[in-house]
Design a protein around this ligand. Structure first.
Ligand SMILES: Nc1ncnc2c1ncn2[C@@H]1O[C@H](COP(=O)(O)OP(=O)(O)OP(=O)(O)O)[C@@H](O)[C@H]1O
Length: 267
């Protein structure tokens, strides 16, 4: 499944939030969207998953315009884990994950043995099976996030759109989740704050700053000390890790940098 955004611009309350965005994700590719707070990552993802219709431009899934597809048809193709945790009152973890099966079902069709199997498999994939009868609202932030990921997995789509999927997870669960997503062999577009995770797992990255794509390409080609200074306003030391052979970024506080290595950081 190929996802494309062409010349996409969106505004909220007459303020342009993202502008002339061109982006594509090839089948089975893991693409990361990185950028500072407020740069427009979630807005772009919301436009992709049909929550915020762009003012201009085109978003397609396998050459079909998403805003012409029904919500149900889109949900059969694309699963989303958004930043906001849903406010639900009395659903169990199991019921939350089974909701991911709705797009595949007929109106009022009850849960089948296959649905139950998918639910159990998705919960074990995120290490949450033992929580299946717990109330969703009683879970910790990280546990909720893993259940929402299980729900997306149970949806069995060819494309996953993830908005900060690891922001509540401890280091072990961050790696477990990213490994899992990587092995699914589906098309992934994910907004990520952790640049080392992005560099390690993503095939390609798009860098967004003030609503515009300012760089794109393989992590090793675009994650430079200059780019991180210009876009994220941090000093860094970047090298290829000898074991992983991936870009590794060390963040440097100006307080510890020798005077002669300090370079102005614009903001
Ligand atoms: N409903 C809204 N009303 C007004 N401004 C909004 C609204 N939604 C988003 N914005 C603004 O749009 C800009 C982009 O927001 P967005 O959530 O897309 O950024 P982001 O890159 O995902 O940020 P973060 O890294 O903090 O999650 C921000 O300045 C934000 O305040």
């Amino acid at each position: 499944m190929i996802l494309k955004a062409q010349n996409v611009s969106s505004s909220i309350e007459n303020k342009t939030i993202i502008q002339d965005i061109d982006l594509h994700v090839n089948p089975s590719e893991f693409v990361g969207l990185i950028g500072p707070n407020g740069s427009g990552k979630s807005t772009l993802l919301k436009s992709v998953y049909r929550i915020l219709k762009p003012d201009a431009g085109l978003i397609t899934l396998d050459h079909q315009e998403v805003y012409r597809l029904s919500a149900k048809k889109t949900a059969r193709k694309m699963a989303v884990v958004s930043q906001e945790s849903p406010v639900v009152f009395d659903f169990t973890v199991k019921e939350m994950v089974l909701m991911g099966r709705f797009p595949q079902k007929h109106f009022l069709e009850s849960d089948t043995a296959e649905d139950m199997e998918m639910m159990e498999r998705a919960l074990s994939q995120v290490g949450m099976l033992e929580f299946r009868d717990r109330s969703f609202m009683s879970l910790s932030g990280g546990e909720k996030q893993r259940v929402m990921i299980a729900r997306a997995l149970a949806q069995q789509t060819k494309i996953l759109v993830l908005d900060e999927p690891t922001n509540h997870l401890d280091v072990h669960h961050q790696i477990q989740l990213m490994d899992l997503v990587k092995t699914l062999n589906v098309t992934v577009l994910a907004a990520l704050h952790d640049l080392n995770l992005a560099a390690y797992y993503c095939d390609r990255l798009y860098v967004i700053d003030s609503g515009k794509i300012v760089a794109s390409g393989k992590p090793e080609d675009i994650l430079t000390e200059d780019l991180l200074r210009d876009v994220f306003h941090v000093s860094t030391d970047i090298f290829i890790h000898p074991l992983t052979e991936k870009v590794h970024i060390t963040y440097l506080s100006d307080r510890v940098l020798p005077e002669k290595q300090k370079r102005p950081i614009s903001k």
